[in-house]
Write a protein of this length. Structure first.
Length: 268
């Protein structure tokens, strides 16, 4: 439909973008850099982002870059109905630990023993990534220290990455989470795309689709920045709507009026 109308060999604004074709925004580069640092020093990292800023995509890119012979990644998305035992039971299952009818204290010890075994016997470092960590119950956040504390052993065995909305940090700075908050080694918050990055992003995506000539006017690119609010997901949806409207109205060059119409269709 509009892809053939605009001479696009593919649609680069859909969700299924491969890592190799990802636009390397400042957020992407900064986050990947901090994740790589964290895997070297081990410990706790906090990554904060509002919805649609590319946090999960960046995490997946980081995971894909890891050597599977050296790193074991456990990734799961937190649920707001998790209790403490549910959380550690899922973690144990992903570590191939037979939970059975064990008590919580036994479960904690089994998890710690498996982490140590991976490090000492297999030379494999465990990286635990919890997405949507702002959904974690208070009792879970307080007890995350068992993934970092190994009796009197001063050795760091685990990299623990908590990702979520900015409200996660507000919860962690409360006194009840002081033992966790003091352990944070990396703390990064996504900022979103700048005005220049929006322009670069749009141009780079069209190049992937083998479109060399600009489809948006300069004023339209500024409008895309303003309307998208620096959020890549919203920017993609805006562009898709612009292309549809442009195709329907037989516009070869998309201007700020097209962007305005696309915004009106997206806004509830």
């Amino acid at each position: 439909m509009y892809t053939s109308y605009y001479g696009m060999s593919c649609n680069p604004f859909l969700k299924d973008v491969i890592v190799e074709q990802a636009y390397k925004s400042k957020d992407y580069e900064e986050c990947i850099s901090r994740l790589n640092y964290l895997k070297e020093v081990k410990g706790l990292g906090i990554f904060l982002a509002d919805a649609g800023l590319g946090k999960t995509f960046t995490l997946n890119a980081f995971i894909k870059s890891l050597n599977k012979d050296l790193y074991k990644v456990i990734y799961f998305t937190a649920k707001n109905n998790y209790n403490l035992f549910d959380f550690y039971k899922e973690l144990a299952n992903q570590l191939n630990i037979n939970v059975g009818a064990c008590y919580k204290s036994d479960l904690y010890k089994s998890i710690q023993n498996e982490i140590i075994r991976l490090a000492n016997n297999q030379r494999v470092q465990l990286i635990i990534i919890i997405d949507d960590a702002h959904y974690l119950a208070n009792e879970i956040l307080i007890n995350l220290k068992i993934l970092l504390d190994f009796d009197s052993d001063q050795h760091e065995y685990t990299t623990l990455i908590l990702c979520g909305c900015p409200e996660l940090k507000d919860r962690l700075i409360k006194n009840s989470y002081e033992t966790i908050y003091q352990r944070i080694i990396v703390n990064y918050k996504f900022q979103g795309l700048s005005k220049e990055e929006v322009k670069e992003y749009v141009i780079s995506r069209f190049k992937i689709a083998n479109v060399q000539s600009p489809l948006f006017t300069n004023n339209a690119l500024v409008a895309l920045f303003n309307v998208s609010k620096s959020i890549p997901r919203r920017l993609n949806n805006l562009i898709l709507n612009c292309l549809m409207i442009g195709y329907q109205t037989k516009k070869n060059l998309l201007d700020e009026e097209i962007v305005r119409q696309a915004k009106n269709e997206l806004d509830l």
